[in-house]
Design a protein around this ligand. Structure first.
Ligand SMILES: [Zn+2]
Ligand SMILES: [Zn+2]
Length: 125
């Protein structure tokens, strides 16, 4: 089963041919800034099972693990579609909100729960 994710304008996309390995919500401030929303949700895949199409720009930040995270976003509309977590080599994270179909992509964990807004009830161990 193929799953496709794309940016707001549709010019940058990621297509996963393998199964999702984990769906993780993150309440950290960096994910709040990246998404402009209350929390981020990442869907992890084996990097070897994901193909990309369209032009991207990158933004690199150092995570709390001390390893780099490289975010790929659309130069036209700014949506971050996917990123490479340096602390998990071989995996790629794709932004949940970019997928066409998210019916079976409910988060299985949430991290940085201490940073969650008081009005957000999504806290999973
Ligand atoms: Zn775009
Ligand atoms: Zn985060």
């Amino acid at each position: 089963m193929e799953r496709s994710a794309k940016c707001s304008c549709g010019s940058l996309s990621a297509i996963a041919s393998g199964p999702p390995l984990k769906v993780s919500a993150c309440h950290c401030k960096s994910c709040q800034r990246r998404t402009g929303s209350a929390f981020g949700v990442a869907v992890f895949f084996n990097a070897a099972e994901v193909a990309y199409a369209g032009e991207s720009s990158t933004y690199v930040r150092v995570g709390d693990s001390g390893k780099d995270l490289t975010f790929y976003f659309c130069p036209s509309c700014g949506s971050t579609v996917y990123w490479m977590p340096g602390f998990r080599p071989g995996l790629v994270a794709i932004a949940l909100g970019c997928f066409d179909d998210v019916t079976d992509l409910a988060p299985s964990q949430s991290v940085y729960n201490d940073a969650a807004h008081s009005w957000v009830s999504l806290r999973l161990e």
